[in-house]
Design a protein around this ligand. Structure first.
Ligand SMILES: O=C(O)C[C@@H](Cc1ccccc1)[C@H](O)SCc1ccccc1
Ligand code: NI
Length: 185
């Protein structure tokens, strides 16, 4: 199982590297990698297991965060209608996005960043995405709200981008044009 000791922190070069596309069929090792990423999120959101293994709660995690520079990440969170979003995305792409933006009013965090970095992180409000499942099946879906933000945060990790790269340096809380903010605690 993945533990916090397996999560690399900012300054590690893999976090600034473009991850490599995967080819299908996936090797048993890469299938297990995807399953381990999703298992980490489920464990991190479990009060007993997160306490027992000292896991920081996450709704997303990307393979580069455990030093596997491959285009794969997992998401595990409820959507705006409380339906569970839970999948491993391989070779994910944003195929289209809204003109409108969004951002979390309390900013973003990251399992690979052990400090608070304040400021609004502008994201597309709605995205249409494509990815392959671990079994090679192509999926296409539309996301909005926190799932859309999480997808963009994880896709950034596959491109060597950190959330704070998007924060306005001169004014971290500058108005985000054309945006509907999302309150987060
Ligand atoms: O480091 C990661 O990639 C996991 C991030 C993902 C994330 C950050 C900000 C906004 C959306 C996703 C976090 O650890 S997940 C923690 C979290 C939980 C609820 C809402 C926002 C962030
Ligand atoms: Ni992150």
């Amino acid at each position: 199982m993945i533990l916090m000791d397996n999560v690399i922190r900012e300054g590690h070069p893999t976090l600034r590297t473009r991850a490599k596309e995967l080819t299908f069929p996936l090797s048993p090792e890469d299938k297990k990698l995807g399953q381990d990423l999703l298992e980490f999120l489920i464990n991190s959101q479990d009060p007993v297991l997160s306490e027992k293994y000292n896991l920081r709660s996450g709704i997303g995690i990307a393979a580069p965060q455990i030093n596997e520079s491959k285009r794969m990440f997992a998401l595990h969170l409820p959507d705006d209608n409380d339906n569970q979003i839970s999948f491993v995305a391989v070779n994910p792409k944003i195929v289209s996005h809204s003109v409108e933006n969004t951002y979390l009013t309390n900013g973003e965090g990251c399992l690979s960043v052990d400090r608070n970095v304040a400021g609004y992180v502008p994201r597309h409000a709605r995205i249409t995405v494509k990815f392959h499942t671990l079994d090679g099946e192509e999926k296409k879906m539309r996301l909005k709200g926190i799932p859309a933000i999480a997808f963009q945060h994880e896709l950034d990790h596959l491109n060597g981008v950190m959330f704070y790269d998007h924060i306005n340096e001169s004014n971290p809380f500058a108005d985000v044009p054309n945006s509907q903010p999302i309150e987060n605690n």
